[in-house]
Design a protein around this ligand. Structure first.
Ligand code: HEC
Length: 145
């Protein structure tokens, strides 16, 4: 929990730095050339880390299970219903772009998947999970990351 708080603080710091116009040159460059990558850096990397590795078992490794989750409607829905995704203040289209970028970036071997749409993001927001870990266990069993 201490770690999670630490991550939250980091995310907050990054956000403030960006708001104050003092983001690192790397972040500024990413915003210009790759908005979804910048969005990930800003809204997700505080917990999931820049490379997606997270901090298992508290914060899942995003490089491990999304390909499995994508295979079922429930799994797909789950990814869009976790609080980290539903509560991020960007438009549904921006979130869809972010998720699609993330999947392409972390699963280069997955050469074909049905792109996440803005409508799916909106549906996920309307059905935000109160018990994400329980749902995750049902979908992924004892996955430790
Ligand atoms: C405050 C920390 C935090 C932030 C910020 C955060 N997440 Fe998460 N994320 C988690 C945790 C913890 C889980 C495990 C489920 C739960 O308890 O919500 C999770 C689960 C997920 C999952 C499901 C993966 C799995 O294996 O269960 C996806 C996909 C995901 N997050 C994507 C994102 C994206 C994209 C962003 C940025 C828009 C983001 N998260 C921001 C903490 C965070």
């Amino acid at each position: 929990m201490l770690l999670l708080t630490d991550r939250l603080l980091r995310a907050g710091c990054c956000l403030m730095a960006v708001a104050a116009g003092t983001a690192s040159p790397v972040a500024a460059e990413q915003e210009r050339v790759n908005p979804p990558a910048f969005s990930y850096l800003l809204h997700c990397s505080g917990c999931h880390i820049e490379d997606g590795s997270g901090d298992p078992p508290e914060v899942p490794d995003l490089r491990k299970n999304l390909d499995k989750l994508l295979q079922s409607a429930t799994g797909r829905g789950y990814m869009l219903r976790v609080p980290g995704v539903t509560d991020t203040p960007i438009t549904p289209q921006e979130m869809a772009d972010l998720m699609n970028w993330l999947i392409t970036e972390f699963y280069p071997e997955l050469d074909d998947f049905r792109l996440i749409s803005a409508e799916e993001v909106t549906r996920g927001r309307a059905t935000r999970l109160a018990n994400p870990l329980e749902v995750r266990r049902t979908l992924l069993g004892a996955a430790k990351d």
